[in-house]
Design a protein around this ligand. Sequence first.
Ligand code: TYC
Length: 101
Amino acid sequence: MSNTDLKPKTKAKIKVERPKLHKVILVNDDYTPREFVVSVLKAEFRMTEDQAYKVMLTAHQRGVCVVGVFTKDVAETKATRATDAGRAKGYPLLFTTEPEE
Ligand code: TYC
């Protein structure tokens, strides 16, 4: 019997890395009004009043709060738009991003 039809000893392994998600983080400051922070969270992150209020309060009390987790592009766009919304009103409101571990 011919022995030319052996199965390959190695199998091509396709490695698909899941794109890393990035957190959007709300940073507290002493000047931006609470209601304005809540309105930005609702508009830019599609949160309900309750969700937005809780996130705002956590940042206010602890210094920072994770707003959500997105692909890198979406996280950066949302953080920039939300920060710009504050800047347009003269507030130092800041949203940053960081990759998830
Ligand atoms: N600390 C602000 C105030 O007392 C409210 C505030 C909360 C601002 C969260 C920013 O990320 C923030 N008016």
